[in-house]
Design a protein around this ligand. Structure first.
Ligand SMILES: [Zn+2]
Length: 878
């Protein structure tokens, strides 16, 4: 790979030469010149190492003393990115280091930086080294005490990890201080400090053992009321972790701070979570139902890290999925318990298929536990998070509810206070249940999405049903051949009346509790005592993250859509049917042929949409056709985004023509006559109304357009208003223009809401959109240094607008590359994330492929790219 930095390899892991038991930090905050003093209790950890090497990043050393004595010039060597102390004592010693940093010029948003007028930190993965020289690696766990001193007027609020210990004025000055102490040993990536003039809401929580915990959420002044839902979600998360996993909160106080400049979603710093305000602030006027669900999910996710990540952390960054996959699984379970389990599962699988499957199929494919990296920031991926969560879910399927809980309990008991590995994690489950997980371990080391091919045959004389199963995992970068994996396939054999048929015996594979354990490359399972020909319903609940190919006829799929007892597979049947139709229709478009409308399929969708016995949120999912990117992924090569868009539009027009009238009746019946509520049932009705309306306007039906315009105008909540506006924008209808202008005017002083508008403007599938995006970069509310604004406008264009980003003339690619070249100088992390929009470039048809390649090569030729961007572009072109 063309990269100037040396790679880091899992096989090179060594225990640290030194450990640090306690860290005392003293911050003298100043926007341009912050003084940071650290006092470290250092202990040699291996024999015969004479030099202590601490890492830094853009640091300026002021002084260094060892056991109280200033070091002479020859006794150490300091550069901006390392501090080497020569010939340190072989017994424990105290090192004191003072550095100066400039938060105001820190545009990378890693380390200590400014957000608005406040100070805040982000240290995962390697930001702490931008605050002071340190053993900045997750297996060095220390007890931290943090003293912060600042101007009272500038920063009345002073926060750090742990419990508050002491605070007060500094006599004779206009400054004050606060001291925080965190008794739980933690790695440096979990350090946090926030200081500024902030608003707050407070609450209390009593833990299961009766401990009283103070809860605080800080935000910009004036936005306190918009934190109420987040506070409620926090209390529910704390209770849920006690009941579902027996995990209790451990400090006297839990603090969340919402900031507007943040590279990621949120950060689980011990006792002091820092959030992108997008995942805290929510009220019905400014947040959609999806926003509420996201706030709930992210609050829960970061809170759950207190045990899976903080109390038990990662030995090294290769183990990132140990905390992320497990914690995503935990937050998915929480949301399933709070809302509808099948609907949550469908939403999560949609995300997995939209974000992780393309990663696994392209040049950025990597194992859930990578074995090499150039830049760890680039491994906060869908594979580590989403596929990592799927692995934990499969583990639960394999071990069962009780076995899984036993394994988790043992993991918590055995490793509390430690930095551990995937092997430690799996050993806990093996030791608790006796189940051999050696083959299962391959899920962590083999990249790529396994493909499972299933073929069934029924013998009416013998009453046997044979299911032949084959698995294969395609080659991925660095991995040409793969071993068969342990794939748990939840299934049912659906009989003519829709009930699952029983069977007396199953041979050829281990079959238990409606799960087939596929462990070999090919296996044939023979079920005996099957009374009639079944339709197989496979991978129920998406029990494994694989691509399934099964020989179901169109009528089999419609049968499952109407009758399967597993709601997920009803949805899956509709998706499979739609995707087959859309792939065929796209091929017909490319060849200039026409394809008939599949009326039975459309009628079946109409029936499900009207089925009152099913929850509305589920029916809304059924009505949503696969997106253009889903179709492109399925086609896989020689992709023509324009043909896909035309095919999808054609199917939608047929649907509007055939069931538009029924959908209009449904839409009208869903209009709420009661006061707005954020509960899941009300949200489901709004989702179904939006899904119905979205299809109704596809054929430009006048009455449907009037409904969408009225829905926008009369909305009393953001879900209805934004839903109507996005229907107009995506269609696109001419009516969108006055509505978009109205939306801009209405929310011009609310940056988070205006992000929704930027995103919609950028996703209009029309040739003028690229120029519109360029013009909006000059909009007063747009800031080229705020990650939320960048993701809303530029990110939505690049990843959410298939036809315009992939313009045949390559202008979309050139635009993005020009923008990223500039952004890379300020914020390499956000640059690297946006570059991922190119991940499927090799699957495009020749013309676009050549233009995308040329654009990527143009970026590759830039001399001073960050390691973040260099790493992605090099892998993309490899
Ligand atoms: Zn996380």
């Amino acid at each position: 790979m063309a990269s100037e930095t040396a790679p880091v390899r899992l096989v090179d892991y060594r225990v640290p030469d030194f450990l640090i038991d306690t860290v005392e930090l003293d911050f003298h905050l100043d926007p341009k010149a912050t003084q940071v003093k650290s006092r470290l209790a250092v202990r040699p950890n291996t024999e015969g190492v004479a030099d202590l090497t601490l890492v830094g990043d853009e640091l300026k050393l002021v002084s260094v003393t060892l056991d109280g004595k200033p070091l002479e010039a020859g006794a150490y060597n300091a550069t901006s990115d390392s501090l080497v102390i020569r010939n340190v004592p072989s017994a424990p010693f105290t090192l004191e280091v003072e550095v100066e940093i400039d938060p105001s010029t820190n545009t990378k948003l890693m380390g200590l930086y400014r957000t608005g007028a406040a100070y805040c930190t982000q240290c995962e993965a390697e930001g702490f080294r931008r605050i002071t020289y340190f053993l900045d690696r997750p297996d060095v766990l220390a007890v931290y005490t943090t003293r912060i001193e600042a101007l009272k007027a500038e920063a009345p609020v002073l926060l750090a990890n742990g419990n508050p210990q002491q605070s007060g004025d500094i006599p004779g000055t206009d400054r004050h201080f606060a001291i925080w102490h965190d008794p739980f040993p933690k790695p440096s990536y979990l350090f946090a400090l926030v200081a500024g003039d902030l608003g707050v809401i407070t609450d209390r929580f009593t833990t299961m053992s009766g401990r009283d915990v103070e809860l605080r959420i800080y935000c910009e002044h004036g936005k306190e009321e918009r934190c109420a839902y987040a506070m409620n979600a926090l209390k529910r998360s704390m209770r849920w972790d006690e009941t579902a996993f027996g995990r209790e909160y451990d400090l006297d106080i839990f603090v969340i701070v919402a900031v507007s400049d943040f590279n990621m979603g949120a950060m689980e710093n011990k006792g002091l979570n820092v959030f992108n305000d997008k995942y805290v602030l929510a009220d019905p006027d400014t947040a959609t139902d999806t926003d509420f669900a996201n706030v709930e999910g992210v609050i829960a996710h970061e809170y759950f890290h207190n045990w899976t990540g903080n109390r038990i952390t990662c030995r090294d960054w290769f183990q990132l999925c140990l905390k992320e996959g497990l914690t995503v699984f935990r937050d998915q379970e929480f949301s399933s318990d709070m809302r509808s389990r099948p609907v949550k599962r469908i939403a999560d699988v949609r995300t997995l298929q939209a974000r992780q499957f393309p990663e696994d199929a392209g040049p950025l494919a990597h194992p859930v536990r990578p074995e090499i990296y150039y830049e760890i920031n680039n491994f906060y991926t869908a594979t580590v998070y989403e596929k990592g969560a799927e692995i934990v879910r499969m583990l639960k399927t394999i071990l069962g509810e009780d076995g899984f809980r036993k394994g988790m309990d043992l993991y918590f008991d055995r490793h509390d206070g430690q930095a551990v590995t995937i092997e430690d994690f799996l050993s806990a489950f093996h030791d608790a249940t006796g189940v051999d997980l050696a083959q299962f371990h391959l899920w962590y080391s083999q990249s790529g999405t396994p493909e499972v091919v299933a073929r069934g045959s029924y013998d009416p004389k013998q009453k046997t049903y044979s299911l032949s199963l084959k698995q294969n995992c395609p080659p991925t970068p660095g991995q040409t051949t793969k071993k068969p994996m342990h794939i748990p396939l939840r299934f049912g054999l659906v009989g003519p009346n829709g009930d699952d048929l029983s069977f007396s015996d199953a041979t050829g594979a281990r079959v238990e509790d409606n799960v087939i354990h596929l462990t070999e490359a090919e296996q044939t399972v023979v079920f005996s005592g099957v009374s009639s020909l079944p339709v197989p319903s496979l991978i129920r609940g998406f029990s494994a993250p694989v691509r399934l190919s099964v020989d179901l006829s169109p009528s089999d799929l419609l049968f499952l859509l109407r009758t399967d007892s597993d709601p997920f597979n009803r949805w899956q049947a509709a998706q499979t049917f739609a995707i087959r139709d859309l792939v065929a229709r796209t091929g017909a478009k490319v060849r200039g042929e026409a394809l008939d409308t599949n009326e039975p399929f459309i009628d079946a969708l109409g029936e499900v949409a009207e089925a009152d016995a099913l929850e509305p949120a589920f029916r809304a999912q059924i009505l949503q056709l696969p997106g253009e990117a889903d179709i492109a992924r399925e086609i896989g090569r020689n992709v023509d985004p324009d043909a896909i868009a035309r095919a999808r539009a054609e199917l939608r027009i047929s649907m509007a023509g055939r069931i538009g009238g029924r959908l209009a009746v449904l839409f009208d019946s869903l209009q709420s006559k009661t006061a707005f509520s954020t509960d899941a049932a009300s949200a489901g009705r709004r989702a179904l109304a939006n899904a119905a309306l979205d299809l109704m306007v596809a054929n430009r039906d006048r009455a449907a357009i009037e409904r969408v315009v009225a829905r926008y105008r009369n909305a009393d909540n953001m879900t209805d208003r934004l839903g109507a506006l996005s229907i107009m924008a995506h269609a696109p209808l001419d009516e969108r223009l006055p509505a978009l202008a109205d939306f801009e005017e209405r929310y011009r002083n609310d940056p988070l809401v205006l992000d929704k508008w930027f995103a919609l403007e950028a996703s209009v599938p029309a040739p003028e959109t690229l120029d519109r995006v360029r013009a909006l970069m000059e909009h007063p509310a747009f800031s080229p240094s705020n990650p939320n604004r960048i993701r809303a406008l530029i990110g939505s264009f690049a990843s959410g607008n298939q036809t315009q980003f992939n313009r045949a003339d390559g202008a979309g690619y050139d635009f993005l590359i020009d923008f990223l070249r500039d952004l890379d100088r300020r914020n390499p992390q956000t640059t690297a994330r946006l570059l991922i929009s190119f991940r499927s470039w090799r699957a495009l048809e020749t013309g676009r492929r050549n233009r995308a390649e040329a654009a990527l090569k143009r970026l590759d030729a830039v001399g001073n790219l960050s390691t973040d961007a260099r790493d992605i572009v090099a892998r993309m072109l490899a």
